[in-house]
Design a protein around this ligand. Sequence first.
Ligand SMILES: [Fe+2]
Ligand SMILES: [Fe+2]
Length: 527
Amino acid sequence: MTNVSIRRADFMMVLAYASDLATGHSRDFALKSCVLAMRIADRAGVSEQVRRNAYHQSMLRYVGCNADTDLLSATFGDEIALRQDLVGLDMGNRAELGRVFVQAFKRFYYDLQPDAQAKAVEAAMSQALAVARPVLIAHCEVAQRIGERLGLSGEMGRNLGQIYERWDGKGLPRGLSGEEVLPAVQLITLAQDVIALSDAVGIVEMAETVASRGDGPYAAHLARLVAANAAVLMEGIGVTVDRETILALEPDPPVSLDEADCDEAFLAIADMIDMRMPFTQGHSRMVAELAEGAGRQMGLPAADVRALRWAGCIHDIGELVVPVATWMRNGPLSVRERDAAQLHAYYGERALASFGREGEAMASLVLRHHERLDGSGYHRKVGGSDLSPAARILAAAEAFQTSREERPHRRALSSDAAATQLRAAVREGSICPDAAEAVLSFAGQRSRRAPHRPLAGMTPREIEVLRLIAAGLTAKEAGRNLDISPKTADHHIQNVYAKIGVTTRAAAALYAVEHGLVRPGETKSSA
Ligand SMILES: [Fe+2]
Ligand SMILES: [Fe+2]
């Protein structure tokens, strides 16, 4: 290991950026809330510990928001538009929440006749909370797991378990109230609403709204403090926040990660990106492994090999800006959807700005991961002269891996068929021959390696069940697959949850990916 040292806050900024994309928040929303929360913390005179937790909570609050997104999308339609409508809303106000849900369902059923639309909206409304509630609980559990993987304390884990709790007890998942809601949670719930409301209605109206919500979502003394000092607190919190500002705000002592810890942090980001849809689970960590192996095989310098490994983990982070429904479409995309989808490489490059100079090599690779030697790729359509050996490897690894995974419009290819397809792309002149052979050679070696081992005291049957539910199967489907009753399958699932310490399918799936139990390609219909 070389002497790599990257600030943990840099990783948090990347995750904040990813969460902002996935939730449809404005640019640097989470970072702005971090700046504001630190100002409120100073005025409120909170302890150093609370300040530290609020710093982390501001950037990681929505890091679990990719859990069960496919479920949310299937019920509510465009999940990013829904989240945008929810920004700054008083979620304890049933009438307001109902209005937003009706709006989402009308958008979803836009092509029905008025009578049919009204019936569809009514039916969807009766299911809305039953669908949303477990999804929000999964957000908490996934955020906790990701926080743990970044090396945050158990206390920070408790904060991330309360992201939707409120002062008045109308929050989720446990309906805590008053001081049961941890101080950093109180601070960030308020700070993020303040940013959202200021963006939407300006500072004066924001201050009035916040004052009226004292003893509602927020503690009255904090609401009063913000309302009375709104202009000063918001001063200079503009459109963007730069990296140095966030680094300077980190409570002492600043934490840096060595190469091994960075590897784990990048894998956590990879899993966060991929968990959005069942068929992409494990995609990024697999691309990283193939690209790194191929880079080593081709004798690239250590720094390039490391950049390939990390770029592989993070290459699709820009996909979060596109609603899940687009990626789940079993048919051609509209021109607008295709343009948005192709821009994910650009948004990915931008995410790496959080790493400053350390991120430059990765950013360059991420930007080019769909470019082709003959200029037939996207989004800049550059040619071979713009593609370094490392960029060619990442492109080959990504193409090979993707074809081995199922997508809504096609089945997964076997490794042999995927190799044939990659070699055809070489003959057509779009993929570099050396890069392709290095990827295929490494993939061949990899497949001969020993598979996983028993974990967390799970029996082989429990591991089988975990793999199936992680791949998106219901208990009933898993039972059918294993030739056991749904009740027995459910019994296994409950045992698995207890042994690995989770209560939601999404968190169990994340555990399975982290421990190599899910290989891309093992999705719902192929499991
Ligand atoms: Fe990808
Ligand atoms: Fe991609």
